[in-house]
Design a protein around this ligand. Structure first.
Ligand SMILES: [Zn+2]
Length: 340
């Protein structure tokens, strides 16, 4: 028995982080979210170069296809390889055949020059016809000037801003810092520490596995009036798994809820990347219904069609050699890990 759905959308991903798995442990064990950023992610992203990024994105795109995810909303950060990084991601995804909406997450954490160059990368990529948003890492790593510049550039380009909001307690001032800047086309990732009543506009991106992994708490996205979509925050792109986790996390605080609401968050992805609705995934299971999937492990795609082209069938991608992608990604991961 098989069933067909449109392509799934991962509404918050970091393709640069696919090579993080197996990285050497940090010199000191992080004891807070801020230390997880400093000891793990900011050491990793400063070490990444464009060739590493290419194979990280190829691996991430391949793993998306293997999960029935045809569209990725990516958030890129590589402070020592900013220029051209969005092209590398777009080209890697195009090679595998996956749709991507990317953004460079600007930050002042390495000084104002980094934010300026990040903004320029967003502008260059989008003006050249790239499918992008303006990226901002988070309010707590940006000056007011950078936040205003990002919002202004997004308005000029007619696109939204993709930003992390109140992921950890260190960013609780985000709603005040972003007051008056947000628009309905903004994407606000995490919002764990955002008050239920707030004035921010945009879609909230819920990343249940990442929030658990970083011990930042439960975002409880059902409490917001904003639309909610589901992401992975860089830990793969398996959206059926993200839906299953989103459901049980909601259930852990609300025994009366069913899986329909978490499923509706998955469907919000099609408002961000509507083109994925035209993609076609044939699954190993029938029916693809939230009440079945919440309790059925191991559901996997048999065939994935993107824009009418079969890009995955018989367990393999059709446009690239999956074994080669994994081998090259492993080589680049070894290079990257040696720098940490
Ligand atoms: Zn993120």
């Amino acid at each position: 028995m098989t069933a067909t759905t449109p392509g799934l959308v991962c509404a918050h991903h970091h393709l640069y982080s696919a090579l993080a798995r197996g990285m050497p442990p940090p010199p000191k064990t992080p004891t807070s979210f801020q230390e997880i950023l400093e000891e793990i992610w900011w050491r990793l992203d400063t070490a990444i170069g464009l060739e590493m990024l290419r194979w990280s994105a190829m691996l991430g795109a391949l793993e998306a296809l293997e999960s029935g995810t045809t569209a990725i909303v990516d958030h890129q950060e590589s402070p020592n390889a900013i220029e051209g990084s969005l092209d590398v991601i777009a080209e890697a995804c195009a090679e595998v055949g996956v749709r991507v909406l990317t953004a460079y997450g600007i930050s002042d954490r390495h000084g104002p020059d980094g934010a300026r160059r990040g903004l320029a990368e967003n502008e260059r990529f989008i003006r050249a016809g790239g499918h992008g948003l303006v990226g901002v890492h988070a309010a707590f790593t940006c000056t007011d000037e950078s936040l205003q510049a990002a919002a202004g550039l997004a308005d000029d380009l007619g696109v939204g801003v993709h930003i992390h909001v109140a992921e950890g307690a260190g960013d609780i001032h985000a709603p005040q810092r972003l007051e008056g800047l947000t628009r309905d086309n903004w994407l606000l990732s995490h919002c764990v520490h955002l008050p239920s009543e707030h004035s921010l506009r945009g879609t909230i991106l819920h990343n249940p596995r990442s929030n658990l992994n970083n011990a930042v708490g439960y975002a409880d996205p059902a409490r917001f009036s904003n639309p909610v979509a589901l992401g992975t925050d860089g830990i793969g792109a398996n959206m059926i798994e993200s839906f299953r986790l989103a459901y049980v996390m909601q259930r852990s605080v609300d025994v009366a809820c069913g899986p329909d609401e978490a499923w509706s968050w998955l469907e919000t992805g099609w408002q961000i990347m509507p083109e994925a609705r035209n993609d076609e995934v044939t699954w190993s299971y029938e029916p693809m219904d939230p009440w079945h999937l919440a309790f059925t492990p191991g559901v996997a795609p048999l065939e994935v069609k993107i824009g009418g082209e079969v890009v995955f069938t018989d367990g393999k991608p059709t446009r690239v050699d999956g074994d080669e992608v994994r081998a090259r990604a492993a080589e680049q991961a070894a290079r990257l890990h040696a720098l940490l």
